[in-house]
Design a protein around this ligand. Structure first.
Ligand SMILES: Cc1cc2nc3c(=O)[nH]c(=O)nc-3n(C[C@H](O)[C@H](O)[C@H](O)COP(=O)(O)OP(=O)(O)OC[C@H]3O[C@@H](n4cnc5c(N)ncnc54)[C@H](O)[C@@H]3O)c2cc1C
Length: 423
């Protein structure tokens, strides 16, 4: 039977960091990854460029974790974003800082991050076993004893065989359940429940939103920049964001939609009514826009309305606006009434879109919910219930905004676990 000091379940950024750190301390470490190669999700992060972390100050960094900020204060206190940047620079991965403090590898290639991390783990002496899925945590007297794995047989990969691997410590770093094709299918929740841990219900987060009517699908592919999205729940404004979004065949997506999605998903799950009011021209007030519309209709009085609208709306939006507002596209500018001008102003400043749902885990950047963090010691990442059992990464009930915070959380929790096991 194989015997290790440390068994790491899951070869994402959290598991790789934990395995490498533990091996660097001279411990005998095995990392078990169910896919044929580790860190498949890391390889597609940041649209293939990998937004590793963020240079935001401590307060901003912590606030991005919402309810998890108190827990993350301890974790980030031990392994900061500067530590992560330095860690990768030592591996030869130079980084650059972009808009909003987002840190990327200078080579703009997530695969470089994956390769250097995996090579570093191997170089520290940890073994990496792929095609090996952890299916049970073994315990004796509330202390970890090892794991049961299900491994594909090389000769006939369709056939699988169970094997026991014993170890003094186990780190569960199996991720959440978003983008399941990358291997993150929520196994860690099941493993944690087997050992008496409780789960905070999981939902897709940083996820595109659905719209019931055809407003969005008719503008499919249209990107809006410098717009403000305001979210109203049961008629009360609850959140807003400014930046870029896009219409899709099912609804809306893009940076500001993803960051607003958490508030929306929570409300929809409570059967609350949610609508978004889009301000296409946040730089001007209603009064300023009103006088501009009057002026343009007058100056271009002989032109058809459908052509004048190019001054106010993106091309793809014009037919939708005309149909929804019932305005005559052939009407001359000078004949457009004050009431019709008001319809255009309200479309520009308060475009009302009812949100009917959200996309599944297949399209969610992260998972909100997970292993209850009150059952994990943030100074060590050790379970408060089972000695020798540790958690790292998205499997925990920790999630943050976009901007590199989620990867930093995975790396920092992995670092703390790897430096705490077997003490
Ligand atoms: C498209 C996309 C883009 C993203 N871009 C960014 C970004 O730019 N910046 C950012 O900060 N965050 C980004 N994220 C989020 C970030 O990728 C995750 O938060 C992070 O990968 C979580 O790391 P993890 O190690 O906890 O889990 P994961 O990366 O999910 O890794 C878990 C690993 O465990 C393995 N595993 C699962 N079950 C078992 C089992 N039973 N036995 C053995 N192995 C198992 C899986 O195969 C997987 O390899 C993005 C996410 C997605 C989906």
């Amino acid at each position: 039977m194989n015997k290790y000091d440390v068994i790491v379940a899951g070869g994402g950024p959290a598991g790789l960091m934990a395995a490498g750190q533990a091996a660097a301390r001279g411990l005998k470490v095995v990392l078990l990854e169910k896919k044929h190669f580790p860190a498949r999700k890391l390889g597609i992060t940041g649209k293939g460029r990998c937004n590793l972390t963020n240079t935001a100050d401590n307060d901003k960094f912590l606030s991005s974790f919402g309810h998890g900020s108190k827990f993350m204060r301890f974790v980030l206190g031990r392994f900061t974003s500067s530590d992560l940047i330095e860690f990768f620079e030592k591996l030869g991965v130079e980084t650059v800082v972009e808009r909003g403090g987002r840190v990327f590898p200078a080579a703009q290639d997530a695969q470089i991050v994956v390769r250097s991390l995996v090579n570093w783990v191997k170089h520290q002496g940890a073994s990496i076993r792929t095609n090996t899925s952890v299916k049970k945590i073994l315990t004796e007297n509330n202390t970890v004893a090892g794991v049961v794995v299900n491994k594909s047989l090389l000769s006939t990969p369709a056939r699988k065989q169970d094997e026991i691997i014993s170890g003094k410590s186990v780190v569960i770093a199996t991720g959440g359940c978003s983008y399941p094709a990358t291997g993150s299918t929520g196994d860690g929740y099941f493993l944690a429940e087997q050992t008496g841990h409780t789960l905070v219900p999981v939902y897709p987060a940083l996820v595109p939103l659905e719209i019931r009517d055809d407003t969005a699908s008719r503008m499919h592919g249209l990107v809006l920049r410098n717009v403000q999205a305001n979210i109203f729940i049961q008629g009360k404004k609850q959140a807003q964001d400014f930046g870029e979004m896009l219409f899709t065949d099912f609804g809306v997506s893009g940076p500001i939609i993803l960051s607003l999605s958490k508030t929306v998903v929570q409300a929809l799950n409570q059967n609350k009514k949610v609508f978004m009011s889009l301000d296409l021209k946040p730089a001007v007030t209603h009064a300023q826009l009103k006088s501009r519309i009057v002026r343009v209709m007058h100056q271009q009085g002989k032109k058809k309305l459908v052509n004048i609208l190019r001054d106010f709306l993106p091309l793809r939006m014009i037919p939708v606006f005309l149909e929804k507002s019932g305005l005559d596209p052939e009407k001359q500018g000078s004949l457009v009434t004050a009431e019709e001008q008001k319809k255009l102003r309200l479309w520009c400043k308060e475009l009302h879109i009812e949100i009917s749902g959200y996309r599944s885990f297949d399209e969610a950047i992260i998972t909100s919910g997970g292993i209850n963090i009150s059952e994990v010691n943030p100074r060590t990442m050790e379970s408060r219930k089972i000695k020798g059992l540790y958690f790292a990464g998205e499997v925990l009930d920790i999630d943050a905004d976009t901007g590199g915070y989620n990867l930093q959380a995975a790396f920092s929790t992995g670092w703390v676990a790897g430096n705490s096991v077997c003490y």
